[in-house]
Write a protein that binds this ligand. Structure first.
Ligand code: FE2
Length: 203
């Protein structure tokens, strides 16, 4: 069993992640970054936990500019509390077999909730996050690998490291991976990602 993450190491990972969002020349990303406090406060105790996404992280290929962040995440991964926020069901099987996330800010974060929900997700190869929507506004910043997104039941569009992928409130969206693992910074404004998504009926 790994030990819980050291507060200084956790803060380094948080700072690098927040800086990655803040460094983007994009007005939407800037709005999200502004909602994430520069000082997240005291680290809460979170016991290390594993998900399939934790394993997938080992094979992630960082994008340019994100080598240090991805290497730091990989190094600290065994000490972080990895989570899955969906219960097992036929619809979610493809996603649950390969994903996991850590939460910096949020109801179950390594820090107390503040401003925006903020964390890092990892989705291994050949996963589908089915079409869903939610009231909070959402942003993804891929930092390793790439994935495809479909909005409003439209075509799949691939986004890689450095792209800002923005979901408006209640906009239908889905995500799928191909042959590679994708690592994403995520942030939500106006709510928390836990148990608030509505899924589209399966055709
Ligand atoms: Fe979403």
């Amino acid at each position: 069993m790994s030990k819980s993450i050291d507060a200084a190491n956790l803060r380094t990972l948080f700072d690098m992640s927040r800086d990655a969002l803040a460094a983007l020349d994009d007005p939407v990303a800037a709005r999200f970054a502004a909602a994430i406090p520069a000082d997240p406060g005291e680290a809460l105790h979170r016991a290390p936990a594993w998900t399939p996404g934790t394993d997938a992280l080992a094979n992630a290929r960082p994008g340019a500019r994100y080598e240090d962040l991805v290497a730091t995440l990989q190094g600290l991964a065994p000490q972080l509390e990895w989570r899955q926020s969906y219960k097992r069901s036929p619809q979610m099987e493809s996603y649950l077999k390969g994903y996991g996330y850590i939460e910096f800010l949020g109801q179950r974060g390594h820090y107390a909730p503040a401003g925006a929900a903020f964390g890092i997700g990892v989705i291994g190869p050949d996963c589908l996050y089915p079409t869903h929507r939610h009231g909070p506004e959402e942003i993804y910043l891929p930092i390793a690998g790439s994935a495809e997104w479909s909005y409003d039941h439209g075509p799949w569009i691939r986004h890689g490291a450095g792209s800002v992928v923005h979901t408006r409130p209640w906009q239908w969206h889905a995500l799928r991976t191909g042959t590679e693992t994708v690592v994403l910074l995520y942030a939500w404004l106006g709510g928390d990602p836990v148990n608030v998504s509505e899924f589209a009926p399966v055709a």
